[in-house]
Structures are given as structure tokens and as C-alpha cells.
Write a protein that binds this ligand. Structure first.
Ligand code: PMV
Length: 327
């Protein structure tokens, strides 16, 4: 049977990807580093069959938008081309968190789709090749394929823009306390938003700083130095949002609750709790701390006005196949 199911984690970047060198192949302007998230996953089952006369795409418990269907079919086309097979598919997807809200659902989504579809169609690819394929579907999806803490090399061309694991998920007992302050689908996707990066007067200075920051983050991870690591990741999130806010048109992804959560993080630090925030293209806030501080951080966050829910993540393994199919 040409059927397979894969589960893939979302990932949170410590040094972030904003801006593409190539739109067609989604080659980023800069390298990035991320961690896979245990509590924000996508599960996808793909079945190819000669009996199907069209591709059938659906999400369990969520509306399927036409644009998403188109992107998924384009990705299936890439995989069909690689496998030299003209055959339609049925794709069913289930997210453990709301899609399109800045919790990187396209990352876990395209990682799960890539891994399930290549297994279903019978292709054997190396991990590097899988990350390259997932990247063309959705840039940051390449970081959801390798294990744990992942480095995405920008590369000069498609074949050398890939992701690899720096440290396994067991390397460091970190936590990402994700504060969900909005479940609304963002009006401008990250993919579209970053296309205007060069309208910000600050983009070059951000991109030029990244190589040095990547090495510093790698060393802080290696040494498990939470204070250095936390300052670096918080600074990088602010730097990316500075670029976003100064683009034309400006992109303000934060809301009132985002700022309230940031304030509580600063308060916690004043009281000796090593907690640091990072924010993607949406209002939700990820708070990074060590496992020993998880309870205090999540209990404080649950009290913050506007925080709808708190999802605690630990470092997770990358995308992989599982036996239980969704249909
Ligand atoms: O791969 P995309 O289009 O979902 O872009 C991700 C961009 C950010 O989440 C804002 C940053 C990052 O590196 O994850």
C-alpha cells in the first residue's frame, strides 16, 4: 500500500530567518538556529493510489483554505516528479495547535507532509535531501526534520541550503513556555511579510550581524549557558521585529498581551529567574527557561491578562514516520 504517516514538530528559532535570497527556492538571506517543540506538532497521512482521480486535501478540525491546498499540491507535484510517478493523493492533516498564528504551523506542516509523502511514494532520501525538499515547501520546515537543536545553512544555491542537527533533543533540559495570546489567523503571512524586508533601513545591519551571533548561540548551547543564550535569543527576536516594524508597509505582529507577557519576563529576571522571550511572526510569546523554572514561569504566565493558554514544550526529535494512520 502506498500510504504513510509522519509526525513533525514546530520549531522555535533562537536566531531567526527573515528575508529570502530566492523566492522560488526559499533560500534565506541568513543562517538560523532553532529547537524542535514537543507540544506543537503536525501529523499527516498521505496515500497515493491509481484509483484516485484528483488530490484530496483536508485538515481535521480546521478549515482548509484554497491557498494552502494549492501549496500542498505544488509540494506533492515536486515529490511526484522526483519519484517519476503521476499518481494522485489523499492527504489528511491534524495539528495539535491552531495554524497560521505564528506557532510555525507551516514548518511542522511541510515537514510532516514531506516525510509522509516521500515514504508513501517509495522514495529514499538522505536527511539532508529531506530538509532541502521541505525547505522549498516552506522555509523553516527544513529545521523541523533533524533532531533537537538545528542549524539551517543559508547556502548559495538550493542544493546547499539545508538543515542539520547541532545537538540532540536530550542535550539540554530547556523549556519553551508558549503563551498563546491570540488564535486568530494573521493577516500577513511570514512568507509574504519577509518579501518586503529590503524596504526596512535596518535589514542590512541585521543580516550582517548574524554570522557572529550564530557562533555565539552555538557556543552558549554547547556550554548550556542560559544567561548568555537567553540574552542572545531575546535580542535577535527584537532585532527581527525592528526590521518588521520598519518595513513598508510596517508589520506590527504584537498586541497588548504580548507586551504584558514581555513585562512579566523582565520582572521574573529581576527576581532571579532566568527566563527570556522570543516572538515569531505573530503575537504569541515563547518563553525560554531551564526545566527547573518551568513551573514558576508557566504559573506566572497563566495569571497574565490576555494569556488564553500556556503550552509547555521541551526539545523534541525531528519529523519521523509513525504506524498509526489518520484514515
Ligand atoms: O518558514 P516561514 O515562512 O514560516 O517563516 C518563518 C519566519 C519566522 O518564524 C518569523 C522566523 C523563524 O526563523 O522561524
Amino acid at each position: 500500500m502506498m500510504k504513510a504517516t509522519a509526525i513533525a514538530p514546530a520549531n522555535i528559532a533562537f536566531i531567526k530567518y527573515w528575508g529570502k535570497r530566492s523566492n522560488k527556492f526559499r533560500i534565506p538571506l541568513n543562517d538560523s538556529i532553532s529547537m524542535n517543540l514537543s507540544g506543537a506538532t503536525t501529523t499527516t497521512t498521505v496515500e497515493f493510489s491509481p484509483h484516485f482521480d484528483h488530490d484530496d486535501i483536508s485538515f481535521i478540525g480546521e478549515i482548509t483554505h484554497e491557498k494552502e491546498t494549492e501549496r500542498i499540491i505544488q509540494h506533492l507535484d515536486r515529490i511526484r516528479k522526483l519519484a517519476h510517478k503521476k499518481i494522485f493523493a489523499c492527504v489528511v492533516t491534524k495539528n495539535s495547535f491552531p495554524k497560521g498564528t505564528g506557532i510555525a504551523s507551516s514548518a511542522s506542516g511541510f515537514a510532516a507532509l514531506t516525510v509522509s509523502a516521500i515514504h508513501a511514494i517509495g522514495l529514499t532520501l538522505t536527511e539532508k535531501e529531506k530538509t532541502i525538499l521541505a525547505r522549498i515547501g516552506s522555509g523553516s520546515a527544513c529545521r523541523s526534520i533533524p533532531d533537537g537543536f538545528v542549524w539551517w545553512h543559508t547556502g548559495k544555491k538550493s542544493s546547499d541550503s539545508y538543515a542539520e542537527s547541532l545537538f540532540p533533543s536530550t542535550w539540554w533540559n530547556l523549556c519553551d513556555v508558549l503563551c498563546v495570546v491570540s488564535k486568530e489567523v494573521k493577516s500577513i503571512s511570514s512568507s509574504k511579510g519577509m518579501d518586503a524586508i529590503k524596504t526596512s533601513p535596518y535589514w542590512k545591519s541585521r543580516v550582517n550581524q548574524i554570522p557572529e551571533k550564530m557562533d555565539l548561540v552555538k557556543t552558549a548551547l554547547q556550554e548550556r549557558n542560559i544567561n548568555t543564550f537567553g540574552m542572545l535569543l531575546e535580542e535577535d527576536a527584537i532585532s527581527m521585529h525592528c526590521v518588521m516594524m520598519t518595513q513598508n508597509p510596517p508589520l506590527f505582529y504584537w498586541n497588548d498581551a504580548t507586551l504584558c507577557v514581555m513585562d512579566v519576563v523582565y520582572e521574573l529576571r529581576k527576581n532571579g529567574v532566568a527566563a527570556y522571550f522570543t516572538i515569531d511572526a505573530g503575537p504569541n510569546v515563547h518563553i525560554i527557561c531551564e526545566k527547573k523554572n518551568e513551573d514558576i514561569v508557566s504559573n506566572e504566565m497563566k495569571k497574565v491578562f490576555g494569556v488564553q493558554s500556556v503550552i509547555v514544550n521541551v526539545p523534541a526529535s525531528g519529523a519521523h514516520c509513525i504506524k498509526h494512520h489518520l484514515f
